[in-house]
Ligand binder design. Structure first.
Ligand SMILES: Cc1cc2nc3c(=O)[nH]c(=O)nc-3n(C[C@H](O)[C@H](O)[C@H](O)COP(=O)(O)OP(=O)(O)OC[C@H]3O[C@@H](n4cnc5c(N)ncnc54)[C@H](O)[C@@H]3O)c2cc1C
Length: 387
C-alpha cells in the first residue's frame, strides 16, 4: 500500500460511502475487498429500506423475553443457538446492560437516519445513479393491540428527533396499499418520507463512478492484519472488522446477527409501498418494477452461513398470507450477517492505539439507512485530524 493514500478496507455500503466522501474531499483513495466485486457481503440482498421509521434500538426486556419464549421454535423471528460461546454470551450481557440507554440511542439513531436519507437522495441526483429506488414510503402494520400500543408509545420518542409517523385507519391502509390483505390488521403507522432501493446496485454503481470520475482504485485483496499498514486506513469490513481490529489490540464489540431474504422476480401484483410487519420482524420492498425483496429474522448463531428451509419458509408464508396475489414462482434465497454492536450504535472513530487506523462499522440492522451519514461524519473527523 502507498503511504500517501487512504485505504478503505471493505466495499460494502460502509466502505463505498466512506470512499465517496473522502474522494469528494479531494483525498486519494483506494478500496480493498477480498471479493472481486463490491457489496458481496451483508450489503448484497438486505431488506432494501432506508428507514428512519425503524430507528428504534432492540434493547428492551420485551425483546429479551420474546427471545426466551422462542428458544425452541425453529421458525421464530428471533433465534439463539444456545451452545456455549464466550463471544455470544458476553455480547448478550452487554446488550442487556444497554436497556436503560435505549430511548437515548433511538433518538440519536433517528437523528442520524434523517440526515442520511437526505444524503442518499443527494447522491442519487448528483451522481446520476440508479438503484431501483421506490419513493412510496414505509408502512408499519400491526395485528396485535399490544404491539400497536408499543409502536404508538415509540412515536413519542421518535417525535423528539423530529420524525412523526402518521397513524392510519384500516381504510386508509387499504387505500394506500390495496394488495395488502387486511384481515387481523388493527392499525398502521406510515412514514411517507422513507424509501427503498437496492443496496447492492447502489454500491456497484457508486463504485463505478468512483473508479471513472474520482480516480479511486478498487483492489481485490484479503487483509489479514492491520499491523504493518503505515498509511491511513479506514476499516469498513462489516463482521470482519472485529478480527482485523484484534490484530492491533483494539476491541470492537461486534456480533454477527444473521438474517435471511428472498428476492421474488417478476412479482406482478406485489405491494408497492414498502412494508414492515413489526411482530413478524419482516420487511418487504419493491426494487423497481421487477423484484420484491422480503427479509427478516435475527439469529445468534456465530458466523454460520447455511440457509435452512425452515428459516426461508416463514418469509414465503408471510408473502402468501399478507399479499396472496403476489406471483412467487421465481425466488432467490440469501443470508447475511448484520455487524451488530450491543447498544446498536455504529462505531465511527479512530483506533485508541494507532493514529492512522479508523473504524467505520457496526451498523447492525440499519447499515443501509445510516451509512451515508456516518461516512460523511468519519470523513469530517479524518480531515479535521489531518490538518
Ligand atoms: C436480512 C437483512 C436485512 C437487512 N435489511 C436492512 C434494511 O432494510 N435497511 C437497512 O438500513 N439495513 C438493513 N440491513 C443491515 C445492512 O444490510 C448492513 O448493516 C450493511 O449491509 C452492513 O454493511 P457493511 O459495509 O458494514 O458490511 P458488508 O456489506 O458486509 O461489507 C464488508 C465488506 O468487507 C469485506 N471484508 C471483510 N473482511 C475483509 C478483509 N479481511 N479483507 C478485505 N475485505 C474484507 C467483505 O468482503 C465485505 O465486502 C439488513 C441486514 C440483513 C442481514
Amino acid at each position: 500500500m502507498r503511504s500517501d493514500k487512504v485505504s478503505v478496507i471493505g466495499a460494502g455500503i460502509a466502505g463505498i460511502t466512506t470512499a465517496y466522501y473522502l474522494a469528494k474531499a479531494g483525498i486519494d483513495v483506494e478500496i480493498i475487498d477480498r471479493e472481486k466485486h463490491p457489496a458481496m457481503g451483508t450489503s448484497y440482498a438486505n431488506g432494501g429500506q432506508i428507514s428512519v421509521s425503524n430507528s428504534e434500538t432492540w434493547n428492551s426486556y420485551r425483546n429479551i423475553w420474546k427471545g426466551i419464549k422462542w428458544l425452541t421454535n425453529k421458525s421464530a423471528p428471533l433465534r439463539i443457538n444456545i451452545t456455549p460461546s464466550w463471544e455470544k454470551y458476553s455480547w448478550l450481557i452487554k446488550f442487556l446492560s444497554e436497556v436503560p440507554n435505549a430511548d437515548k440511542n433511538t433518538i440519536e439513531t433517528c437523528l442520524m437516519a434523517i440526515e442520511s436519507r437526505e444524503l442518499y437522495k443527494k447522491i442519487e441526483i448528483e451522481e446520476n445513479i440508479s438503484f431501483d429506488s421506490v419513493k412510496k414510503g414505509i408502512l408499519h402494520f400491526y395485528k396485535s393491540q399490544k404491539e400497536f400500543n408499543h409502536a404508538l408509545n415509540a412515536n413519542k420518542i421518535y417525535s423528539k428527533a423530529g420524525l412523526n409517523r402518521e397513524v392510519l385507519t384500516i381504510e386508509e391502509i387499504h387505500n394506500l396499499e390495496p394488495s395488502l390483505i387486511l384481515h387481523n390488521i388493527i392499525g398502521g403507522l406510515y412514514t411517507e418520507s422513507d424509501f427503498t432501493g437496492d443496496i447492492h446496485k447502489f454500491c456497484q454503481e457508486l463504485a463505478n463512478k468512483l473508479k471513472k470520475e474520482y480516480r479511486v482504485k478498487v483492489l481485490q485483496e484479503e487483509i489479514t492484519s492491520l499491523k504493518d499498514i503505515e498509511n491511513l486506513v479506514v476499516v469498513c469490513a462489516g463482521t470482519g472488522s472485529k478480527r482485523l481490529a484484534k490484530t492491533v489490540g483494539d476491541h470492537l464489540p461486534i456480533y454477527p446477527v444473521k438474517g435471511y431474504s428472498i428476492t421474488i422476480k417478476d412479482p406482478q401484483k406485489a405491494p408497492w409501498v414498502s412494508l414492515l410487519d413489526d411482530e413478524a420482524k419482516i420487511v418487504a420492498s419493491r426494487l423497481g418494477q421487477d423484484r420484491l425483496r422480503v427479509a427478516g429474522t435475527a439469529e445468534f448463531n456465530g458466523y454460520n452461513m447455511d440457509i435452512p428451509d425452515e428459516r426461508i419458509q416463514p418469509l414465503i408464508d408471510w408473502v402468501q398470507n399478507n399479499s396472496p396475489d403476489t406471483n412467487i414462482s421465481n425466488i432467490e434465497t440469501w443470508t447475511g450477517l448484520r455487524p451488530m454492536t450491543p447498544n446498536m450504535m455504529p462505531i465511527v472513530r479512530k483506533s485508541r492505539k494507532f493514529s492512522n487506523i479508523w473504524y467505520h462499522t457496526g451498523h447492525g440492522h440499519l447499515g443501509w439507512t445510516l451509512s451515508a451519514y456516518t461516512a460523511k461524519t468519519i470523513t469530517e473527523k479524518i480531515i479535521k485530524d489531518l490538518v
